[in-house]
Design a binder for this molecule. Sequence first.
Ligand code: FES
Length: 359
Amino acid sequence: MANRRLAPASEQPASFAFSSENAEWAKGQIEKYPEGRQASAVIPLLWKAQEQNGGWLPRAAIEAVAGELGMPHIRVLEVATFYTMFALEPVGRFWIQLCGTVPCDSCGARELKDYLQARLGAPGHVSADGNFSWLEVECLGACCNAPMAQINQDYYEDLTPDLLGALMDDLAAGRPVKIGSQVGRTSSEPKGGADTLTDATLFDGSRVGAWRQRFEDKKAEDSSETSGKAEAASSEQRAAADPKPAHPASGRAAEGKSTDAPAQRSAAGETPVKSVDETDAADRTESTAQPGTPAPSAAETVARAEAAGAEAGTQSDLPRDEPPPQPVASGASEAVDEPKPAPANKSGPKRSAPKSEGN
Ligand code: FES
């Protein structure tokens, strides 16, 4: 890294002032910043002062910029000495800033430095013919094409001592030179040409169209799903607004809360047992449970039941001398053709269970 010192007093001009044109330009730069933030224009103003002064910044120019921005001299001096873009000593017609940071150093910047040292002498001094001066600087941001150098405003990359020498010769002679890579590299592509992203469809628009088609298909699919959901929601809303009875609800007895229970009648202040029920209960007692009457035998009970059935037109066809068949067990095949027991007469007395002959 080069020393960042002001040029000797013998080389410093006595004063500096912006030209009227540059003063107008500086005013426009300062107006870009809000009131109280005019110091933010220090770099553009220093840059313009350097340009006006033949490519380097004398002390007088630094102080003039400080006065223009209302800054202490030392603060502007700090900026000018920090950035290598500001030359603090007179420079040649072509000012070479050679990058010496690691990537460029690894790729041959040290050989370039030796070449400049040999051709121009120590950095910071103008060559005898006035054409060149040079300085080692830090990374200039073109590491991909290292090693490189900035000459005035342009970058020259992929340099070797021979290429740099030829370049300097052309510049000094006024011949046209090639800016950028000196080995035919395009931008920062690999040497020999690009070896990635070489598919032409990446650049002819067809792949972009394919992506767009995919997005459109996905959009159509999403909108179809959305309309399906909306239709289902609409059906649900219609069903909620106009409910239909579930099949086959029509004709079913309505299940409701019973209001005829004794407890409810009692709670309502009525007699828990209706008088008609009491009368009915008394009649049944008389017909089935006369006090002092012995219980009928099983044969008598069956005979009474059949007689009652005959009166009701539902005479049983069961044989009298055989026990009634047992009901088919649950789950047995219904295909078995067995006689079924006669249905019990709800209104008559219940039939006693048949006894086996052994009992
Ligand atoms: S290291 Fe040289 S340009 Fe970055």
